[in-house]
Structures are given as C-alpha cells and as structure tokens.
Design a protein around this ligand. Structure first.
Ligand code: NAD
Length: 261
C-alpha cells in the first residue's frame, strides 16, 4: 500500500472488465476516489463501483466511449465535479481483433486505432490540460502491451496502436516533466482477462502462449494492478517516460533460452 495515494482522484478507462477493473479495485484498496468507465455497460459499472467501495475507496461510474471527444470531456469533467480534482489518469481501455493485414478494412483499422491510440491521446490531453491549468503535479499511466516492442502478425492495428502509445508516453513525459506531470506506461504480456478468454480456452493455443513466457505462467490482473499503484504513487516520483513490461520475461527473446541461438 502507498500512503500518499489515500484520497487521490483517478479516472480508469475500460474498468468494467479485466485489467481496468482490477486497477480500479486496487486503487480502492489504496483509499482512492475512482471514476470507473466503460463504453456501454452501466449495470457492470454499478457492480465495479460497489467493488471499489468495498475495497475501501470511493467510486462513481461513467458510461463513455473514449473514442468520442464529447464522451472524453464528460469522463474527465465527472472526476472534477464529483471528487474535486484529478490526480491520476489511467488510460487502460483497449480493443483487439484478429485479421490478416491484407484483408483488414479501413473500418477494422480505425476501430482499434480510435480506441487504443486516439482515445488514449484525448484522455491524456484533457487530463493534462486540467493539471497544467490547475498547477497539479498529476500523473498519466497508459496501458500499452508487449506488442509495443514485439511484432504481432494479424494484429497490425493493435501493434501499431501500442507502438504509438510508447512514443506518446515518451513525448508527453518530456513535454510536461518541467511541470512535474509524470507520464508512464505499462506493457503487459499474457494476462488472464476476458480479452484472452477464447484463446486460453483452447489448450493447444494456451500451450503455445506459455512457450513464449520464460517465467512459465499467465499472470492475473492483480499483478498488473500493483504496478499501476506503484507508478501512481510518490514512490515513483522520479520515474517518467518509461514503459514497465509486466510480462514474465516475454520481451527477453525466449527463443534464446537454454542455450538456443
Ligand atoms: P478486456 O476486454 O477485459 O477490457 C477492456 C476494457 O476496455 C473493457 O472494460 C471494455 O468495456 C473497455 N473498452 C473497450 N472499448 C472502449 C471504449 N471505446 N471506451 C471505453 N472503454 C472501452 O481486456 P483487458 O485484457 O483487461 O485489456 C485492458 C488493456 O490491457 C487493453 O488496453 C489491452 O490492450 C491491454 N493489454 C492486455 C493484455 C492481456 O493479456 N490481457 C496484454 C497486453 C495489453
């Protein structure tokens, strides 16, 4: 636990499920005030609000599609109107869809880019605008992926969005460091969330993924949420512009393990 997080205000995008949900609950355990969000899932958001409160925090839910500018405004404005300020912008929401690159329509491409990259940009921009105008030394955390580094056939839109997030993170970190605003990212490997449910339900596919993880297991969402709490906290006060890969070694070229290569 990080004492300085108590009472801090966070927005967590895409917190109706998976990693975002776990991060919202972890922020609740830290005693934070959390705006939880999803694009169309009011009922689930109400459940997450209760989970965050049960964990020890305060919470409110906002249905907002982060690929829409007016929804992003509503999301950030709610943190300020309900909880008085914004300290932590956790850009977690993301989507993916498998499709060969030569068959990918512009619509398929735009869907992933508009949520993962443009949505992350708009939430960061609005949050930083508030922080700059209110002299707030806040922090932005972007959810990237090991695919900011590892190429991923059939997911060119997704890999491009996450590679873009890495450079967005570094650029914003450099631009706002003089104002004391930190911008970092988390790059998960294979985590047990609904986004992977179909793949992990096939034992052969799961075996294939495990072969890519030197530590030999698929992590749970809480193992990523703990890194979000650390990056949000004062314990990370001199850390900006980095992507922390939470991946059991997946980015370490596992093909070279055990004398190969
Ligand atoms: P998930 O599908 O369980 O959760 C995605 C969340 O984003 C959901 O709450 C969904 O409602 C929300 N969302 C989707 N479109 C949205 C929109 N337009 N506006 C607002 N919210 C929207 O998946 P997850 O695994 O929890 O993924 C969360 C993030 O972590 C994503 O950015 C994903 O790319 C990243 N990630 C996940 C893994 C993994 O193994 N699970 C690995 C690397 C990166």
């Amino acid at each position: 636990m990080y004492n300085d997080l108590k009472g801090k205000v966070a927005v967590v995008t895409g917190s109706s499920s998976g990693l975002g949900r776990a991060i919202a609950i972890r922020f609740g355990q830290e005693g934070m005030k959390v705006v939880v969000n999803g694009p169309n899932d009011e009922k689930v958001l109400a459940e997450v609000v209760e989970e965050v409160k049960k964990a020890g925090g305060e919470a409110t839910g906002v249905v907002a599609d982060i690929s829409k500018e007016e929804d992003v405004k509503k999301l950030i404005d709610t943190a300020i109107s309900e909880f008085g300020t914004l300290d932590v912008m956790m850009n977690n929401a993301g989507v993916q869809k498998e499709i060969a690159s030569h068959e990918m329509s512009l619509e398929d491409w735009n869907k992933v880019i508009s949520v993962n990259l443009t949505g992350t940009f708009m939430c960061s921009r609005n949050a930083i605008d508030y922080m700059v105008k209110n002299d707030k030394k806040g922090t932005v955390i972007n959810m990237s992926s090991v695919h900011d580094t590892i190429p991923w056939p059939h997911f060119v839109h997704y890999a491009s969005s996450k590679g873009g997030i890495r450079m967005m993170t570094e650029t914003l970190a450099l631009e706002y460091a003089p104002k004391g605003i930190r911008v970092n990212a988390i790059g998960p490997g294979a985590i047990n969330t609904p986004i992977n449910a179909e793949k992990f339900s096939d034992p052969e596919a799961k075996k294939g993924v495990l072969e890519l993880i030197p530590m030999g297991y698929v992590a749970e969402s809480e193992e990523v949420a703990s890194i979000a709490a650390f990056l949000a906290s004062e314990e990370a006060k001199y850390v900006t512009g980095v992507t922390v890969h939470v991946d059991g070694g997946m980015t370490l070229y596992p093909g070279f393990q055990a004398g190969k290569g």
